[in-house]
Design a protein around this ligand. Structure first.
Ligand code: ATP
Ligand code: MG
Length: 451
C-alpha cells in the first residue's frame, strides 16, 4: 500500500505547507488551512500520461475576428464583457448568496442564440424549471443538467455540443479521481483547469458561478481568478433592488464598465438611465448634498454626494466614508481646512455616496468638498448645479477626463449649471441649455454653489 500524501493548503490564496498553521504566511489570513490529499496513486498514474503533440503557429496566420463574440443579448451584460462572450473563454461570476447570479445567467442563457447547457449542482431540475417559469424563460436551446460529477458533465458537453456551458456553482463540482471533498482548493483548481482545457480546444464558452466568502472575496484560491479570462462581480445592497455587475478582470475588454440591473419578481431588468435612479431620492433642500458626475467605463453617471458634519464633543473626531476612499477624504478635509479656511479639525465628518455606489475617481473631489462645506456652514448647495473637478493639495481645481460626456449627461437630466475645472474649458463646445462655469480654486467653487 502506498502512503497517501497530504498537504495543508490555504483556502484563501492556495499557499501550501506540510504542517497545519494558524495563520497563512502568504496572505496573512487566519484559520484557512485545510488538509488535502495531493498525491494519491491514481494521480501518479495520471501524470505519467504526457501530451506530445502540439502546434506552433505564426501570429500572422491565426484568424480571429471581433464579430466572433457570442452576444448574451442583455446589453448591460454584453457591455461589461467587452461586447459579448469570447469563444473559448472562461468567465467567472462571483457574488453574495441570493444576489441573483443564477437569475442573471439564466436570463442570458435564454437569449443566447447558441445552445446553452446549464449545469446545476445546487438545485434540482424542477427548481430550475420553477425559476424559469417565474422569469418567463423559454428557449429551445436551453439544456439543463443537475450534476456535480465532472466526468458526466464532460460527457454531456460532448453529446450536446453546446456553445455556452454554465456551471452553477464551481464549488459544488468534483472530480471522482481526486479524493478531496467538493469545494476544496484542489477540487476547484482541477475542475476549472479541466474546463479550461475543453474551452480552449473546442472554443466553447464556460461561465462559472463562484461563491464569495464573508470578506467578499471569491471563495477558493486566488489562483482561480488568475486562470479564468474574465472575473465579474455581481453586487448590490441587500435593501435596494438594483444590482451592479462589475468587471474585476477582463482579458477581452475594459474593467471599468459596469452594468446596472433592477431586480423584480420577474427577474432582472436593465437600467438604461442610471443617473435617474441615483438621483431619484434626492432631497433638494437639505444641506450637505451635492451632485457630481462620475465616469463608469464609457458612461457618465450622475450621483449625489452626501455629507454630515457635526461638532465633536470628545477629543477624537470621527470620520466615516461610505463608497469613497477614506484616505482621500482625510486629504480633502486637510485641504478644506488649510486652503478654504473651514474649521473641520474638531468636527465629525460622515460622507456617503448615495445609492450604495463605490467611487474611486478624482473628479468627484469637488462635490465631496462642496457637500462638506455645505453641511458645516449650514448653507444649501444650489440644486441646479452639478460639479466636477479634482482638488489638488494647493486647493486648485485640476482638469479631468471626458468633460464633454459629463456635461451632456447633466444637460440631459435638466441641470442648468455645471462647474468644471478652468483648464477643461478648451475642450468644451458652446452650450445653450446648460451654463458651464469654469473655476480654478476651491474657495471660488464653494462660493459659487452655496446659497
Ligand atoms: N418570487 C420572487 N419575487 C421576487 N424576487 C424573488 C423571488 N424569488 C427570488 N427572488 C429574488 O431572487 C434572488 C435569488 O436569486 P438567485 O437564486 O439568482 O440568486 P443566487 O445569487 O444564484 O443565489 P445562490 O448564491 O443562493 O445560488 C432572491 O434573493 C430575491 O431577491
Ligand atoms: Mg444560484
Amino acid at each position: 500500500m502506498s502512503k497517501v500524501k497530504t498537504k495543508f493548503i490555504c483556502s484563501n490564496c492556495g499557499f501550501e505547507s506540510i504542517k497545519w498553521q494558524g495563520r497563512c504566511p502568504e496572505c496573512e489570513s487566519w484559520n484557512t488551512f485545510s488538509e488535502e490529499i495531493v498525491e494519491s496513486e491514481k494521480e501518479k498514474n495520471r501524470s505519467a500520461i504526457r501530451r506530445s503533440n502540439y502546434t506552433v503557429s505564426k501570429l500572422k496566420e491565426i484568424n480571429s475576428v471581433e464579430s466572433d463574440r457570442i452576444k448574451t443579448n442583455i446589453t448591460e451584460f454584453d457591455r461589461v464583457l467587452g461586447g459579448g462572450l469570447m469563444p473559448g473563454s472562461i468567465v467567472l461570476i462571483g457574488g453574495d448568496p441570493g444576489i441573483g447570479k443564477s437569475t442573471l445567467v439564466m436570463q442570458a442563457a435564454s437569449l443566447i442564440r447558441e445552445k446553452v447547457l446549464y449545469v446545476t449542482g445546487e438545485e434540482s431540475g424542477r427548481q430550475i424549471k420553477l425559476r424559469a417559469s417565474r422569469l418567463n424563460v423559454d428557449s429551445e436551446n436551453f439544456y439543463v443538467l443537475a450534476e456535480t460529477e465532472m466526468e458526466n458533465i464532460v460527457c454531456a458537453m460532448e453529446d450536446i455540443q453546446p456553445g455556452v456551458i454554465i456551471i452553477d456553482s464551481i464549488q459544488t463540482m468534483h472530480k471522482g479521481d481526486l479524493d478531496n471533498a467538493p469545494g476544496t482548493v484542489t477540487q476547484i483548481r482541477e475542475c476549472t483547469s479541466q474546463l479550461m482545457k475543453i474551452a480552449k480546444t473546442t472554443q466553447q464558452v464556460v461561465i462559472l458561478i463562484g461563491h464569495v466568502t464573508k470578506e467578499g472575496m471569491i471563495a477558493g484560491p486566488k489562483i482561480l481568478e488568475h486562470v479564468v479570462d474574465t472575473v465579474l462581480q455581481f453586487e448590490g445592497e441587500r435593501h435596494h433592488s438594483y444590482r451592479i455587475l462589475r468587471a474585476q478582470k477582463n482579458r477581452f475588454g475594459s474593467t471599468n464598465e459596469i452594468g446596472i440591473f433592477d431586480m423584480h419578481d420577474t427577474g432582472l431588468s436593465e437600467v438604461k438611465n442610471p443617473s435617474e435612479i441615483f438621483l431619484s431620492e434626492r432631497e433638494k433642500r437639505t444641506t450637505g448634498s451635492a451632485v457630481t458626475s462620475s465616469m463608469e467605463g464609457t458612461r457618465p453617471i450622475l450621483l449625489e454626494v452626501q455629507a454630515l458634519v457635526t461638532p465633536s464633543n470628545y477629543g477624537n473626531p470621527q470620520r466615516v466614508a461610505t463608497g469613497f476612499d477614506f484616505r482621500r477624504l482625510s486629504i480633502l478635509l486637510a485641504v478644506l481646512e488649510k486652503r478654504a479656511g473651514l474649521r473641520l479639525s474638531a468636527a465629525n465628518v460622515f460622507l456617503n455616496m448615495a445609492g450604495g455606489v463605490k467611487i474611486d475617481e478624482p473628479a468627484v473631489d469637488l462635490a465631496v468638498c462642496c457637500s462638506i462645506a455645505s453641511s458645516l456652514l449650514e448653507r444649501n448647495v444650489d440644486s441646479s448645479y452639478v460639479m466636477v473637478g479634482e482638488v489638488g493639495l494647493g486647493g486648485e481645481i485640476r482638469s479631468i477626463s471626458n468633460i464633454e460626456k459629463r456635461i451632456q449627461e447633466a444637460e440631459k437630466l435638466g441641470f442648468s449649471n455645471i462647474i468644471i475645472p478652468r483648464n477643461n474649458m478648451r475642450s468644451v463646445g458652446s452650450r445653450t441649455d446648460i451654463k458651464v462655469i469654469p473655476v480654478d480654486n476651491l474657495t471660488n467653487a464653494i462660493n459659487a454653489v452655496l446659497l
